[in-house]
Design a protein around this ligand. Structure first.
Ligand code: ATP
Ligand code: MG
Length: 136
């Protein structure tokens, strides 16, 4: 079945939102397949967001992801990639609907709490990048 790479960013971890976010995915019916807290180095952050390397906010984005531990997760279940993105909400929290994770917990695009893979291909790449040891 389908898997997605979901990551609670440093602000989400620091604000104590790990439990709330995990609860939402569990209650929806998805299965947690991998979970770890990581202090991200620049190389890993840059690799994760390599498609955005030409964007003006890239440096700030890398700093943000490296600013504290992240909660790296693999979730599994029917349509998890698209459904996970719906649960997360729009990139800019100002456009995220209430009821979404970003819409309920954030107001700044540069501190938007959580990442979710944007396609099945991205999910495969990101799971390999963040869980090179593999998942059970
Ligand atoms: P993510 O990949 O983190 O799940 P996303 O897929 O919704 O987010 P992307 O376009 O992949 O959005 O951007 C990656 C991240 O870069 C965003 O989540 C946000 O933290 C940051 N970002 C995107 N656009 C901007 C912007 N205009 N200004 C500042 N930061 C931005
Ligand atoms: Mg993205």
């Amino acid at each position: 079945t389908e898997q997605s790479y979901i990551m609670i960013k440093p602000d989400g971890v620091q604000r104590g939102l790990v439990g709330e976010i995990i609860k939402r995915f569990e209650q929806r019916g998805y299965t947690l397949k991998g979970l770890k807290l990581i202090n991200v180095d620049r190389a890993l952050a840059e690799k994760h967001y390599e498609d955005l390397s030409a964007r003006p906010f890239f440096g700030a984005l890398v700093e943000y992801i490296c600013s504290g531990p992240v909660c790296a997760m693999v979730w599994e279940g029917k349509n998890i990639v698209a459904a996970g993105r719906t649960m997360i909400g729009a990139t800019n929290p100002q456009a995220s609907a209430p009821g979404t994770i970003r819409g309920d917990y954030s107001i700044e695009v540069g501190r938007n709490i959580i990442h979710g893979s944007d396609s099945v291909e991205s999910a495969t790449r990101e799971i390999g990048l963040w869980f090179p040891e593999g998942i059970t």
